[in-house]
Design a protein around this ligand. Structure first.
Ligand SMILES: *Cc1c(COP(=O)(O)O)cnc(C)c1O
Length: 385
């Protein structure tokens, strides 16, 4: 062959005797077919095989299978972010005229998606209390999906998942959960009868603040088909380079989470003992749903919140931080603080409060403690005391 042909066509080399512990990063848009018949019948291939790069390469399949194993699921799909994973769950479950019920403790962009994207399509939503006390009253024939998040974003309410699933199942309603805080290492939603288990891989699976990805795991093949259909219509897929970062991150996830969870609980207990504000951590008896957390979860991850009694010196305290960074995500190696305010239903006791969310990273706990001491000294105006 001539040089111009040798340039784009790679030679085939032997892989005999080659083995490694890493997963090859198979980048692809085009998938090629061994013969004309294989090409002509590519549309009949099952969802685990290959037809176009958008629908995944063997690199994607490895992560899907690994997440399915952790989730106790038959199938997993990968999405470009946690938020798209939530959106695709809703789109797979809902048609115009249907209603989704979401807890008022859900990750706030969920409500934004319902209000600004679903409502104009004629898909309705209603908000229920995370403790489920008004849930049965909210159910009518239009409800097709009950969404959960446990513990809730920022306010950390633990939900009675088996009770909510039982309520939904009796009425033929699908259930889904945002399990980003616990990950399947600490809680396995499908074992409790949930239909859709979603997590933002951006957080603990990625683990290094450099990746955006989401996943949804299911046992029902029809539900998987509906998720993959929505992804195909919307053109959603995940590139193999990003999957490679997730595959690297997941190798150390259990060790990172065990460490982060232990240090976070030490810090939460210390802050609670010093009465620096109400500490919202599911392992503390004062946290809403603490008994449910003891019953259902295998442990705590490294994210919790403190309700600040007085936030008037908050900016000065944040600006003095030496180890904690100021930021809203979590799951990475760095400790973060993010001041939050919530806007829940009228009369919600925390509506006017500043809630400080902490993510504990992998720094030396003594340095974190020193930073926290300085932070709370400034916050409570004891800097010179
Ligand atoms: C971060 C997060 C998401 C969204 O994930 P992205 O990948 O940032 O879109 C969803 N739910 C929870 C609970 C999260 O913390």
């Amino acid at each position: 062959m001539r040089d111009a042909t040798l340039c784009p066509i790679h030679p085939t080399v032997s892989e005999d005797g080659y083995a490694s512990l890493t997963v090859p990063t198979h980048r692809a848009s085009t998938i090629v077919f061994e013969d004309a018949a294989a090409y002509a019948t590519r549309g009949q291939r099952d969802l685990d095989s290959y037809s176009y790069g958008l629908h995944g390469t063997p690199t994607n399949r490895v992560l899907e299978a690994q997440l399915s194993a952790l989730e106790g699921a038959k199938h997993t799909v990968l999405l470009p972010s946690g938020q798209t994973a939530i959106a695709v769950c809703f789109l797979a479950a809902l048609r115009p005229g249907d209603t989704v019920l979401i807890p008022d403790s859900a990750y706030p962009p969920v409500l934004g998606f319902c209000r600004n994207f679903l409502a104009p399509l004629g898909i309705h939503h209603r908000i229920y209390r995370p403790d489920g006390s008004d849930l049965a009253a909210q159910i009518d024939d239009s409800v097709r999906l009950i969404w959960m998040e446990s513990p809730g974003s920022t306010t950390m309410e633990v939900q009675d998942l088996p009770a909510i699933v039982a309520l939904a199942r009796d009425r033929g309603i699908l259930t889904g959960i945002d399990n980003t805080w616990a990950t399947p290492l600490l809680f396995k939603p499908l074992a409790h009868g949930v239909d859709l288990s979603m997590q933002a891989l951006t957080k603990y699976v990625g683990g290094h603040s450099d990746l955006l990805m989401g996943s949804v795991s299911v046992n029902d093949s029809d539900l998987r088909q509906r998720l993959r259909d929505q992804m195909r219509f919307l053109g959603l897929g995940v590139p193999a380079d990003a999957v490679a970062l997730a595959l690297r991150g997941i190798e150390t996830m259990a060790v990172r989470m065990a460490h982060q969870g232990r240090i976070a609980l030490d810090i939460a207990q210390d802050l609670a003992a010093r009465n620096l504000g109400e500490v919202l951590h599911p392992a503390l008896p004062s946290c809403p749903g603490h008994d449910l957390w003891c019953r259902d979860f295998a442990g705590a991850s490294g994210v919790f919140s403190v309700v600040l009694p007085d936030a008037s010196r908050l900016n000065a305290a944040l600006d003095a931080l030496q180890v904690f960074a100021i930021g809203a995500s979590w799951g990475g190696t760095r400790s973060l603080m993010a001041p939050m305010t919530i806007t829940r239903a009228n009369g919600h006791p925390r509506n006017d409060k500043t809630i400080l969310r902490l993510q504990i990273g992998l720094e030396d706990p003594a340095d974190l403690q020193a930073d926290l001491n300085a932070f709370f000294s400034i916050l409570t105006n004891q800097a010179d005391a």
